[in-house]
Design a protein around this ligand. Structure first.
Ligand code: ADP
Ligand code: MG
Length: 815
């Protein structure tokens, strides 16, 4: 056992400096010593003898002469120097947090075999089933989950101040003596007030609503206080700070980097902190480190147990960062290994269907277009064609800004499939978009061929292929009879191109010869849906399209199973869309602006406030907004309403009327925002814009500015926070989707941005996708490992293989 003699030494030094006037400590040295010795001998009884000799317990300092005081102080200081020296050799640290080193094996009580890292948290002492339920709500079920239940941030209480150094408004930490603590009433509520002091002065501390503390803070106990310093009646005061008694154990609430955990109802911060400290100390060392040692060394990564424990209770900022790096590396590395093996399985185990790209149809199609392909489109088309001719199935991500012209590229690829005698499928995230793609592709085809027949959602064209080319739309709510008929014809190989929603991947849809699958707006579909579509055919080529500009490294990491093509250029003549964010008070002027635009023949979109993920509630809100606008704001204008719950025929009707100019304003929910193309629309008004991501706002904005007229985007806000204001300022200034996406990533994190949760990708908690360096490192290490031992069959990789199987449980589905 050791004691901390530093405060005593400090006080005696101060006393020496002040000239032995017994003024170093409030209340006088006698009182202080009495208390201090009481505590010290409790922790270290063997010192008691020495203290007696020095008259430390009862020096009667107050009654000594100055010379006597001087000698006495010197004697004690010498003695303390000796104690400190000895303690230093033993390597004991005191109030500074103790570095959590792995205790030697002998000290760790090996746990009973039945309790493993994957046992439910109830195996942990102190976790009752009711507490476990609360943790379960946070997604924490096993001991492992708990170890990976990281604080969302830390408070830096590591710098200790003396009371005289306290600064108003700062987060500060002091170590002080309790002079007195009592229950008082503050604002009618039972609270605690304490006066604490150190060698430099006293300070008042209050805890609102917490009368019980008064009993815990006994006079003369030593306490650590961490919190914000405020000013009351011209004096410093701590208001409801964190506190902790100084005992001979590590501090967990104060005096260090203190973790703040995500909480749920019924979990108290102090309780969780205390519990986590115990869990980390007992269990972190039992985590098996699955990274190969030479990799860890090469990348200078912390050991896993150390990283976990430091992520919770870090020694200092720099180790905390290293812990985060290690854990983030794990996430990215495992993710990368997963996607690499998925790609390998996909490409190696299944032979694809090589197409011939030398088909007159393709040339005729490109010639028939009402515009010239941009250089970027041509380049991407070339990349696609090269893939399609290979015996391995294509697996490509096509990325291009809103309006960069992805659809026409997809159409070209689908035609090539048709020309090779294969079927093509085109999957869109919403019915409206599927319908629009259907219309667009039919229009394009009618320029190369002659429309022969049209039965509802089935068109056929002659003069394109050697047989009539048939294009069908398959969406959820066409009638059953029609649907079954369509499905039969798809199975018979009677239909060349099928365009639809996820209805395409549902049971009952079977293709005869699916050769190419195109998926639009990738971020709405997950890995699993992608693979479901793959399974519809005999290893079809796969083209995934997204308007979300993802930085290249990121795309390779998250969609490492896909090769990447980018359309990095907009068709010529695209205009800058004037963008402005407005405060609630400016709503009327926004409406007036729409009035004026409509008066000069233009049309406008109004995107309703984002209410909730539920489509039903969202739809209801849209109806209400539509009625309000129709009855109160735009009485003389023609308004249309579009939401996800409307029957498809209804949506189609509204869309058609809007496109043909029969409607002036289209009121729409955010769910149906993507991809709609109406060149005469020049105004986009987005309600509660501060609640959307910048990328999404950019997508909304992309709905206008498609024609020749100057277009505008107005972003109405409710009560934007400072951060929201900054973001809105950014979207006002830039039209660069890339920049906006990066900003989103920085502010919202990858999970939300990519919907990794739904996408079937493992969770990324520690990894920041903006950390390109680490992404690249993880990727290159994964490739290196993969090249050495694809199946992770070597014994030194067995732990890693097991970890991989754990985080990618669905891996089997993909091969
Ligand atoms: P997105 O990439 O957002 O899916 P679209 O494919 O919907 O973009 O194209 C947007 C608009 O641009 C469409 O009206 C399309 O006809 C037109 N377009 C596509 N390529 C070109 C081009 N090379 N030149 C001019 N207009 C083009
Ligand atoms: Mg599109």
């Amino acid at each position: 056992m050791s004691i901390n003699v530093e405060p005593l030494r400090k006080i005696l030094e101060l006393e020496h400096k002040k000239g032995y006037l017994d003024s170093a400590v409030i209340g006088g040295l006698d009182r202080f010593l009495h208390n201090w010795v009481g505590q010290a001998t409790e922790t270290s009884p063997q010192l008691l003898n020495r203290f007696h000799k020095l008259h430390l317990v009862d020096p009667n300092y107050a009654s000594l002469t100055k010379q006597q005081r001087k000698e006495w102080v010197k004697g004690v200081l010498d003695f303390l120097a000796e104690v400190e020296h000895r303690e230093g050799e033993k390597g004991e640290a005191k109030l500074t947090p103790v570095a959590s080193q792995p205790p030697s094996r002998t000290r760790v009580p090996r746990t009973v075999v039945s309790q493993s890292i994957d046992s439910p948290i109830t195996v942990i002492r102190g976790i009752s089933s009711s507490l476990a339920t609360k943790f379960n709500k946070l997604g924490v079920k096993t001991v492992r989950d708990l170890l990976y239940f990281f604080p969302h941030r830390h408070l830096d209480y590591s710098q200790r101040k003396s009371i005289s150094q306290l600064t108003e408004g700062e987060e500060e930490t002091i170590i002080a003596n309790v002079w007195q603590a009592q229950e008082i009433r503050l604002g009618g509520r039972r609270s605690t007030e304490a006066i604490v002091g150190d060698e430099t002065g006293n300070v008042r501390v209050v805890w609102f609503n917490n009368p019980y503390l008064a009993k815990k803070l006994l006079t003369n106990t030593r306490v650590v206080i961490s919190g914000r310093v405020s000013l009351f009646n011209g004096r410093h005061v701590f208001e409801s700070p964190e506190w902790e008694l100084v005992e001979d154990r590590e501090l967990i609430h104060t005096g260090r980097l203190v973790p703040l955990y995500p909480l749920t109802q019924g979990l108290r911060p102090r309780q969780v902190r205390k519990l986590m400290k115990g869990v980390v100390d007992q269990w972190a060392w039992q985590m098996e480190d699955f990274l190969p040692p030479e990799l860890k060394e090469r990348c200078n990564l912390l050991e896993l147990p150390q990283a976990i424990s430091q992520a919770h209770y870090p020694e200092d900022e720099s180790v905390k960062d290293r812990a985060r790096v290690r854990l983030a590396f794990d996430e990215l590395f495992l993710l990368q290994l997963g996607v690499l093996s998925k790609k390998r399985d996909w490409q190696e185990s299944q032979p694809g269907s090589p197409f011939s790209a030398k088909t007159p149809v393709l040339e005729a199609f490109i010639k028939s277009l009402p515009f010239e392909l941009t250089t970027a489109q041509q380049k991407v088309l070339k990349e696609l064609l090269a893939d399609l001719q290979k015996p391995q199935p294509m697996s490509r991500l096509l990325q291009g800004e809103v309006g960069s012209g992805k659809t026409v590229i997809a159409a070209a690829a689908l035609l090539v499939a048709g020309a090779n005698g294969y079927q093509g499928a085109f999957m869109a995230p919403t019915e409206i978009l599927a319908e629009q793609h259907f219309t667009t592709i039919c229009q394009l085809l009618s320029r190369v061929g002659y429309q022969e027949g049209e039965e509802g959602y089935l068109h056929s064209y002659s003069g394109v292929l050697s047989h009539p080319l048939t294009v069908a739309l398959l969406i959820g709510d066409i009638n059953q009879v029609r649907k079954q008929e369509l499905q039969q014809r798809i199975l018979d190989g009677d239909i060349d191109i099928v365009i639809g929603t996820h209805a395409l991947i549902q049971k009952g849809v079977e293709f005869r010869r699916l050769g190419l699958a195109v998926v639009d707006e990738q971020h709405r579909f997950g890995v699993t849906q992608r693979s479901a579509l793959r399974q519809k055919g005999f290893s079809p080529h796969m083209l995934v399209m997204t308007a979300t500009p993802i930085p290249r490294t990121l795309a390779l990491t998250l969609y490492g199973d896909l090769d990447l093509s980018v359309i990095d250029q907009l068709p010529p003549g695209r205009q800058v869309i004037k963008t402005k964010w407005l405060k609630p008070g400016q709503r009327d002027s926004a409406y007036a602006f729409i009035h004026r635009q409509v008066a000069s023949g233009r049309q406008a979109f109004i995107i309703c406030p984002l209410v909730e993920e539920s489509e039903i509630i969202q739809a209801r809100a849209a109806v209400a907004e539509y009625e309000r606008l129709s009855k109160e704001v735009f009485l003389d204008l023609r308004l249309g309403l579009l939401h996800g719950r409307m029957p498809s025929s209804e949506k189609d009707k509204v869309m058609r009327r809007f496109r043909s100019g029969e409607l002036d304003i289209l009121v729409s929910t955010p769910v149906v925002e993507v991809g709609i193309d109406v060149p005469n629309a020049t105004v986009m008004l987005v309600e509660s814009a501060d609640r959307f991501g910048l990328s999404q706002l950019h997508q909304f904005r992309g709905r206008v500015g498609r024609g020749r007229e100057q277009s505008y985007c107005m972003l109405l806000t409710q009560n934007p926070s400072e951060v929201a204001r900054q973001r809105l300022d950014i979207i006002e200034k830039t039209q660069d989707g890339f920049e906006l996406a990066e900003e989103d990533l920085r502010l919202r994190g990858p999970g939300e941005f990519f919907g990794t949760r739904q996408s079937g990708l493992p969770d990324l908690r520690m990894a920041k996708l903006s950390d390109v360096g680490l992404l690249e490192l993880a990727r290159s290490e994964a490739i290196r490992l993969f090249e050495q031992d694809k199946g992770l069959e070597k014994p030194e990789y067995s732990l890693l293989a097991r970890e991989l199987a754990r985080v990618w449980p669905q891996a089997g589905e993909w091969s």
